[in-house]
Design a protein around this ligand. Structure first.
Ligand SMILES: [Zn+2]
Length: 276
């Protein structure tokens, strides 16, 4: 084509563009899951209760798990496996040989290693797409920064009330849990919307009245059941699924498989959530 004809066609194209006006902005493409994510999460994506939108919401979410032990192991493994975006895991202890029967994120060679780091190493193997942040420390409220949800897997009433108070103050949804022997409890909380842990249990039990796992013992699968229920509640809250344990707690006695859903409600005088 001659230079003259090229110039002629360029001029024609310019004139046509001027007549048509500026091109309309195409509507933004909704975010889509990549093929490897579709493969990884295929068995939950096919659920009628789940969806690509739920999966994308989970990927945007940041969760803090307080405790990397008997409850924290299943909770963190299921949330990381399911594809949460970021998971912080808090524990000040080192792995002890007496932990191993009930804390499946820790293996015999980990004895003496900080639990938060031992857990994080396994979780990164499980799903390298998740940002895993270990905190070798006791829980402190500044750790809540950026968290969309907290799962309390601690083993002391002191920490449980501290976590509840801090989550209420920051209005961060919380899943509580506890286990001893063959019995446990699970509760989901939306501060300011549903009963908090202190609404349901206004006072901690007197010191020494509830035996610890070291005193009363605990079977690994019992902790696994309670931790799995906590992970389930966390996924329900994060993805907006129906049926979360709000304004209720589940009391579980695995001696005879008694699951009792106990209704509770907000207290007007709750020091943690009444003003929300
Ligand atoms: Zn309350």
């Amino acid at each position: 084509m001659s230079e003259d004809r090229r110039a002629f066609f360029r001029g024609l194209a310019r004139a046509a563009a001027e007549v048509a006006g500026p091109a309309a902005e195409p509507p933004p493409e909704p975010p889509r899951l990549e093929q490897d994510a579709v493969d990884r999460y295929s068995r939950q994506l096919v659920l009628p209760e789940w969806s690509e939108a739920a999966q994308l919401a989970l990927r945007e979410a940041s969760v803090l798990v307080v405790g990397a032990g008997a409850l924290g192991s299943p909770v963190a493994a299921y949330l990381v496996g399911a594809g949460v975006g970021r998971l912080g895991i808090v524990d000040s202890d080192d792995v002890a040989v007496s932990n191993l029967h009930r804390q499946p994120l820790h293996f015999t060679p980990d004895v003496g290693v900080a639990k938060a780091h031992s857990a994080a190493a396994k979780l990164r193997f499980l799903n390298p797409d998740v940002v895993v942040e270990p905190y070798q420390a006791r829980f402190a409220p500044p750790m809540l920064e950026g968290a969309d949800l907290v799962v309390d897997c601690s083993d002391s009433f002191e920490t449980r009330y501290e976590v509840n108070g801090a989550c209420c103050e920051e209005r961060i949804p919380l899943v509580e849990g506890g286990v001893v022997g063959l019995a446990g409890l699970v509760m989901a909380i939306r501060p300011g919307v549903s009963a908090c842990y202190r609404c349901a249990f206004p006072e901690p039990p007197p010191p020494g009245s509830v035996p610890s796992c070291a005193e009363a013992g605990v079977l690994g699968p019992a902790a696994g059941v309670i931790g799995s229920l906590q992970a389930l509640e966390a996924l329900k809250l994060l993805a907006g699924l129906d049926g979360a344990l709000l304004d209720a707690f589940l009391q579980v006695d695995l001696h005879d498989h008694a699951f009792l859903r106990v209704s509770t409600s907000r207290r007007a005088d709750c020091p943690d959530c009444a003003t929300l």
